[in-house]
Design a protein around this ligand. Structure first.
Ligand SMILES: Nc1ncnc2c1ncn2[C@@H]1O[C@H](COP(=O)(O)OP(=O)(O)OP(=O)(O)O)[C@@H](O)[C@H]1O
Ligand SMILES: [Mg+2]
Length: 255
C-alpha cells in the first residue's frame, strides 16, 4: 500500500563538483546513500540533479537554447544517466531498494514544461517497496525539438501527481539567503519582495539555479504542497529532513 509520499531532491551541486566537468563527489554520494538508507523511509521518491554530469555538456551543445544535433542530446542524456547509475549503485550497496527512472523515456515536454510524464511505474515501484530514483534530463519537446528538464521541475511535477505530503530540496547552500542569512519561511506574498535576491548558480547551470528552483517551489506551494530547501552537504540534514524535522533551511509554503 502506498502511504503518504515524500519527494526528496539531491542537488547535482551535492553529488558532483559543479566547477569541474564530469567530477564526482564519491564520498558524498556514499554518505548520502547511507543517510537515506538509514532513515529507511519507504514511500519515497528520490530525484537528483545533473551537476557537472549534464549542465556543462548541455551548455556546450546549446541544448538550453535550440540545440539541433541529436548526438549532443544523446551525450547529455548518457552522462546524467552515468551519475544516476553511480548513485543507484551506492544506494543498493547501502541496502536500500531502488530503481532508476529516466525522464527521456517516459516524458514529453512543451516549450520546456512537462506535458506528459508517465507515473504508473513510479506508483508500482512504491507499491512494491522500491524507491524510484529519477533525474534531471533532456527530453523530446513538441515545440523546441528537445529541452532540458531540471530536477526541480521534475520534483514539483511528481509531487503534484502523487499528491506528496513532504518535499525536500537538498542543495549546496543552507537555504534561500538574503544579506542577513537564511530566510526561514517564504510564501507567495513575501516572495515578490525578495525575488531580486535570487540568482542563478555560481557554477554552470542551464536550468537557472536558485531563481528557477524557487519559482518552481512557489507554484507548488500555491497548489497546497509545501517544500523545504536545506543544505544536503551538511552531514545529517537529509536524515533530519526524512525523519520530519523542520528547524533548518528555508520552508516554502502557501501562507
Ligand atoms: N539568494 C540565494 N540564496 C542561496 N543560493 C543562491 C541564491 N541566489 C543564487 N544562489 C545559488 O544557487 C545555487 C544552488 O543552485 P544550483 O542549481 O547550483 O544547485 P542544485 O540545484 O542543487 O544543483 P543541480 O541543478 O545540478 O541539481 C547556490 O550554490 C548559489 O550559488
Ligand atoms: Mg539547479
Amino acid at each position: 500500500m502506498m502511504g503518504e509520499i515524500t519527494v526528496i531532491k539531491i542537488g547535482g551541486s551535492v553529488l558532483t563538483d559543479k566547477s569541474k566537468e564530469r567530477t564526482l563527489k564519491l564520498k558524498e554520494i556514499e554518505r548520502i546513500a547511507k543517510e537515506i538508507a538509514y532513515a529507511g523511509l519507504k514511500d519515497l521518491v528520490i530525484v537528483h540533479g545533473a551537476g557537472s554530469f549534464g549542465h556543462p555538456q548541455a551548455k556546450r551543445f546549446d541544448l538550453d537554447g535550440n540545440g539541433k544535433c541529436s548526438y549532443y542530446t544523446l551525450i547529455t542524456h548518457e552522462i546524467v544517466k552515468e551519475l544516476n547509475r553511480i548513485f543507484i549503485e551506492k544506494l543498493v550497496q547501502s541496502g536500500f531498494p531502488v530503481m532508476p527512472i529516466h525522464p527521456l523515456s517516459c516524458t514529453v515536454s512543451i516549450k520546456g514544461r512537462v506535458k506528459k510524464m508517465m507515473t504508473d511505474q513510479i506508483r508500482l515501484m512504491l507499491k512494491n517497496e522500491i524507491v524510484p530514483v529519477v533525474h534531471g534530463d533532456v527530453v523530446m519537446d513538441e515545440v523546441l525539438g528537445r529541452a532540458i528538464l531540471s530536477g526541480d521541475q521534475i520534483v514539483s511535477h511528481i509531487a503534484r501527481c502523487l499528491n506528496a505530503k513532504r518535499v525536500g530540496i537538498g542543495t549546496d547552500v543552507d537555504g534561500i539567503m538574503d544579506n542577513e542569512g537564511v530566510i526561514d519561511v517564504i510564501t507567495p506574498k513575501t516572495f515578490c519582495n525578495m525575488k531580486k535576491l535570487l540568482k542563478g548558480s555560481k557554477d554552470i547551470d542551464v536550468t537557472g539555479g536558485m531563481l528557477s528552483k524557487a519559482n518552481e517551489l512557489i507554484k507548488l506551494a500555491e497548489d497546497g504542497i509545501p517544500s523545504h530547501i536545506f543544505n544536503a552537504s551538511r552531514k545529517g540534514l537529509i536524515m533530519n529532513f526524512l525523519s520530519g524535522e523542520r528547524n533548518f533551511g528555508t520552508i516554502i509554503r502557501g501562507d
